[in-house]
Design a protein. Structure first.
Length: 323
């Protein structure tokens, strides 16, 4: 994984609007790429939080080759969102996932945007068409949804609809790739986009297995990371199942396992996140934590992600005689 995966779109200054977990992570990635990062968040603790986050994230970004040589983080903080976007060529909006809040922010920043500036929203579930209703010129807003934590997980889901300027979407894609991201494009909008819908489907059945007493929370988690999750980290389900055909192709795999999958799909559960279910899951997670606190678990997650990305990069860049 490197910081030069796409053509450089010439962006030098980025604004971060909303500097919570997602915004701070974006800040670390953009700062590592040598960009000036102008930040707004209403929290009085925002500057301390972001600077601490960037400092903590920096070694992992260096390990992954995502820190531009000789770069130090260039961060500026602003009290008002309009001030933060004035000189930015690219704005990454990561305010809370509430339509009213996003539309209020758009109303504040749109008059202050530099000519040609792109605003990309990190929204994980809201529809672009709904968010564009807060704009006088909706063509400037695109979807650029990351996967948490954005400074480590490569994926960005891109979407622009009939109101979007397709040229701006192309620039956004080039920018993300230049920062080391892997992009996909949605052909139509659906709630949750692509990746969140996939993980929602898995989590629904993971909850069902716990609720039905099939396995504990810890064992369900273990079944994912020690089983299919390991395969999914290197290839997607369609390619993996095609490989499961023994070389006979995806159509043969579907024919061979059609009845099995139909049986499994028909027996999948439909749990809901009631307070009782929430308490049961929380108790299971506490047992799985085994006394480790949030920071320790987050550090373990990040270290494993970095190691996995390093391993995949080594395989991808190896010559055929070394692979």
């Amino acid at each position: 994984m490197t910081s030069n995966n796409g053509s450089d779109p010439g962006i030098e200054t980025v604004a971060i609007i909303g500097a919570g977990t997602i915004g701070a992570s974006w800040t670390a990635l953009f700062a590592a790429a040598g960009l000036d990062v102008d930040i707004h968040d209403p929290s009085p603790e925002a500057e301390r939080y972001v600077r601490d986050f960037v400092e903590t994230a920096w070694p992992a970004l260096e390990t992954l080759g995502l820190v531009k040589p000789g770069v130090a983080a260039k961060l500026s903080f602003f009290d008002k969102p309009a001030e933060a976007v004035r000189r930015a060529q690219f704005v990454q909006e990561s305010v809370p996932e509430q339509l009213a809040i996003k539309q209020e922010i758009y109303g504040l920043i749109e008059p202050a945007l530099a000519p040609g500036a792109i605003v990309s929203t990190s929204a994980s579930g809201l529809l672009l068409s709904d968010m564009q209703k807060g704009w006088k010129d909706p063509s400037r807003l695109v979807l650029g949804h990351p996967f948490n934590p954005p400074h480590l997980i490569p994926l960005v889901e891109l979407y622009g609809n009939e109101h979007s300027d397709p040229a701006l979407l192309d620039v956004a894609e080039a920018f993300y790739r230049a920062c080391g991201k892997v992009t996909i494009r949605l052909n139509k909008e659906v709630p949750g986009h692509v990746a969140n819908r996939l993980q929602a489907a898995l989590w629904r059945e993971a909850i069902n297995l716990v609720v039905e007493g099939v396995a504990s929370v810890e064992d369900v988690d273990k079944a994912v990371w020690a089983g299919p999750g390991l395969r999914w980290s290197v290839m997607g389900p369609h390619m993996l199942f095609s490989l499961g055909s023994g070389g006979q192709g995806m159509d043969m795999f579907c024919e061979r396992y059609r009845e099995s999958f139909h049986t499994w799909w028909d027996s999948l559960g439909q749990p809901t996140l009631t307070p009782e279910v929430g308490r049961a899951l929380a108790e299971g997670v506490r047992e799985e934590e085994a006394g480790r606190d949030f920071r320790a678990l987050a550090a373990e997650r990040d270290a494993k992600i970095v190691a996995a990305l390093q391993a995949m990069t080594t395989v991808q860049t190896a010559s055929p005689d070394k692979a």
